[in-house]
Design a protein around this ligand. Structure first.
Ligand SMILES: Nc1ncnc2c1ncn2[C@@H]1O[C@H](COP(=O)(O)OP(=O)(O)OP(=O)(O)O)[C@@H](O)[C@H]1O
Ligand SMILES: [Mg+2]
Length: 721
């Protein structure tokens, strides 16, 4: 089988050319050839098509082998070039080989021609193949999504790929090759030196290190470097081969996550302590109040007891803050207008910050309604304003701003706690001292303060954090030393009309009653004082330490039991389960739940549901007496209790959608009077409705409460109507 071969022959003699062709045919080739005898013809032939082989006579009347070779080389062609000549000197042959000829064969020894051609064609084929592979690898490196470069131990770049150029923010590879690594790339030149001195880099394995680099625009990057040292025979490093990944965003998210986890852990601890404290404080507060009721106005002991009472109030304030931080506080969320809340406390805030601070409010007129606890929002504004005042000891400006914002998925991706969606934003900015990174990283931790002993508890921002989290929002802080601070609080918008805020009047006198109350409380001291308070108000109290005893007494007791006052978290049956059973046994009985914390079924997620009667510990005798009366006097709803059990069909009931996390909210078309219809399908398995004052059809709107991750969801126990 013959091998096709395209041959360009630079030869003035046609006979000699035919001789060459015959030789090629004899070697098994099928040559297509062109003979040229001038530089112009040679150039034209080279430019017209590709050739597998060039054979050139060394000397011709108008042309020469070396000129022919130059024409091939200047075109950058890698084609085997064999010189054939009648006469040859050793110098000429060496010069031709140096100029790039592949071989030299004399016309008298043409038998050498075929082996030379065979060898040269084979080698050219190998070179072509490796060129393809090399180009493939170059493209691979250039298109790699991570930076790849080689550098000298002195810190010069030897090569760099496109990703590295992008990472460093330069325009071209040439720009990067001109940089000095220590001076222009490392944020701290000493860091590169330290990394070089590690000397753990081998010429076989990649070692992983992390460093801080700076981009051309000055922005700092955290980069992960995989380094391999390439060494010479003397084990000295010739150059480094390095892969670079930008891990700035990843590290920032990891820091945010670690911070959130730390806050979570501290929150749980704080919540646990606060719960026990609340039991103790209930006892202290209640006995102080009972004593005060018994002492005459001029009794000398009165002042001592008042001091005890005051100290207990202070302690209750602290536990409230701890509960807020640990998100275990009971909230009474209402649909509120953020602007109205700000306006409501503006005067008070001006007093808090003092005359040296200029308080400015910039309230967006169309700011959307949010669902939150007004008292808690006021608390947020108070805490942030107090901090701003402390950061501006010589005066300044405090700006409170509200606006609507829409956060996109990209924002949520780069901000750990954030979510995408529509938010109402409350921003509180000061022109004060600002904070450095280290302070900023810890400000939300409870008890973190930079203030002198006795000046700050370090609970202000922890409280803000807890409230915001519990309200389904998140908080972000921007601050630099000497440049002031801005806290931005994002609260999810709701498509409902804000309820008008009610003004509190002076409390009516302490109510009394004569009903029988079943009291279930496992903490003996709390139980005793609760009984004493209720008995003082005229009630008959059946007192038991747990649910089992409560069930026994409810079965045995002859007369009516009007009210069950029960702790929520108890050994054995929980308060909720007990209430379920007892209200079946005694449908006329109402229920008041009492708890020091809210991590339970009745007040899941700390959101107090309309209709469930709940009293937060520590309570006062006054608070207990009033709450008991309110529950006893509340109009009877269908189902007979304070709304805990599922009710019978009513014309206004919305449909439960089955075992999903649906929460339906219906609003009355007549306005705000009928806004509290909330039906929660799963987890609680109960629903309530209040009649629409105009008997109108309801619109079932979308869920207004945040859904919780399914892992946290209890199995659905809802009953279909
Ligand atoms: N606007 C601000 N400007 C500068 N630093 C602030 C600002 N707000 C908070 N900080 C810093 O955060 C720390 C914690 O604040 P936080 O409100 O939690 O506690 P505190 O103000 O120190 O004490 P407390 O609020 O209990 O009286 C402060 O000590 C202060 O260092
Ligand atoms: Mg503070």
């Amino acid at each position: 089988m013959t091998v096709p071969l395209r041959v360009l022959i630079a030869e003035d003699s046609e006979d000699d050319a035919l001789l060459l062709v015959r030789e090629l045919k004899r070697g098994g080739y099928d040559p297509t050839y062109e003979r040229v005898a001038t530089a112009a013809a040679m150039a034209a032939a080279l430019d017209r098509q590709t050739w597998d082989l060039v054979i050139a006579d060394h000397s011709m009347p108008h042309f020469s082998g070396s000129e022919a070779l130059a024409l091939v080389r200047e075109r950058g062609l890698d084609v085997p070039f064999i010189c054939v000549s009648g006469t040859i000197t050793e110098e000429l042959a060496v010069a031709a080989m140096k100029a790039g000829a592949s071989d030299w064969v004399t016309k008298g020894q043409l038998k050498r021609l075929l082996p030379a051609i065979e060898r040269e064609l084979r080698e050219a084929k190998g070179r072509a193949a490796s060129r393809v592979t090399e180009a493939g690898f170059k493209a691979l490196v250039d298109r790699a999504p991570i930076g790849i470069y080689r550098s000298t131990p002195e810190g010069r770049f030897l090569s760099a790929n496109a990703a590295l150029v992008r990472l460093l923010g330069y325009a071209s590879v040439a720009d990067v090759l001109g940089l000095d690594l220590a001076r222009d790339v490392y944020a701290d030149p000493a860091e590169r030196q330290r990394l070089l001195e590690r000397d753990t880099y081998s010429d076989r394995e990649y070692d992983e290190v992390e460093a801080t680099w700076k981009r051309q625009d000055g922005r700092l990057l955290t980069v992960q470097l995989n380094v391999r040292a390439v060494r010479n025979g003397a084990r000295e490093v010739e150059y480094y081969e390095i892969f670079v990944r930008d891990v700035t965003e990843q590290r920032s998210l990891q820091r945010q996550l670690a911070q959130a986890q730390k806050m979570e852990a501290v929150g749980r601890l704080a919540g646990g302590i606060a719960h026990d404290f609340n039991n103790l404080l209930t006892v202290i507060t209640s006995y102080s109040d009972l004593l005060l009721q018994d002492l005459t106005a001029d009794d000398p002991k009165r002042e001592d007891v008042e001091q005890v009472r005051k100290a207990a109030e202070g302690a209750a304030g602290l536990t409230r803050q701890l509960l807020a931080f640990s998100r275990q506080q009971v909230l009474e969320p209402k649909v509120v207008d953020l602007n109205a809340v700000v306006r409501g406390v503006e005067k008070m805030l001006q007093r808090v910050v003092g005359e040296d601070v200029d308080l400015v409010t910039v309230l967006a007129p169309n700011v959307c309604a949010i669902k939150a606890d007004v008292g808690q929002l006021e608390q947020i504004l108070m805490n942030l304003s107090a901090n701003a005042r402390d950061a501006m000891p010589t005066g300044g400006k405090l700006t409170i701003e509200t606006t609507n914002v829409e956060l996109d998925a990209e924002y949520a991706r780069t901000h750990h706690a954030a979510a995408a969606g529509q938010f109402a934003m409350l921003a509180v900015s000061d022109t004060g001292l600002g904070m450095d990174e280290a302070t900023k990283g810890r400000i939300f931790e409870p008890f973190f303060t930079t203030k002198d002993v006795g000046k700050g508890t370090g609970l202000g921002l922890a409280t803000v954090y807890g409230i915001v989290k519990q309200s389904g929002g998140f908080v972000w802080v921007y601050s630099e030393p000497g440049r002031g601070t801005t806290f931005k609080i994002y609260l999810p918008q709701v498509n409902e009309v804000a309820e008008p805020q009610t003004l509190r009047g002076s409390p009516p006198p302490l109510p009394r009653g004569a009903e029988t109350i079943l009291l279930v409380e496992d903490a003996p001291a709390v139980r005793v004082v609760t009984r004493q308070v209720l008995e003082r108000q005229g009630y008959t109290v059946l007192e038991v330490p747990d649910a089992a005893a409560a069930l026994r007494i409810a079965e045995k007791h002859q007369g009516p039991i009007r009210l069950l006052v029960t702790d929520v978290v108890m050994p054995g049956l929980s308060g909720r389960e007990l209430a379920d059973r007892l209200t079946k046994l005694r449908p006329e009985m109402r229920v008041l739940f009492v708890s020091g914390y809210t991590d339970d079924a009745v007040v899941r997620h700390g959101i107090l549901e309309p209709g469930i009667a709940y009293l937060q510990k520590p309570f006062t005798p006054d608070g207990l007496a009033r709450k008991v009366r309110v529950v006893l006097d509340a109009p009877r709803t269908q189902g007979g209790t304070t709304g805990l059990l599922p009710q019978k069909d009513t014309p206004h009931r919305a449909r439960i959608s089955g075992p999903t996390s649906s929460c339906w909210t219906s609003t009355c078309p007549s306005g705000t009077a009928w806004s509290s219809f909330v039906t929660c399908g799963p987890t609680l398995g109960s629903r309530r409705s209040s009649p629409c004052p105009v008997g109108a059809r309801r619109d079932i709107s979308t869920c207004s409460r945040r859904r919780q991750p399914s892992a946290l969801r209890a199995p659905c126990r809802s009953r279909r109507p």
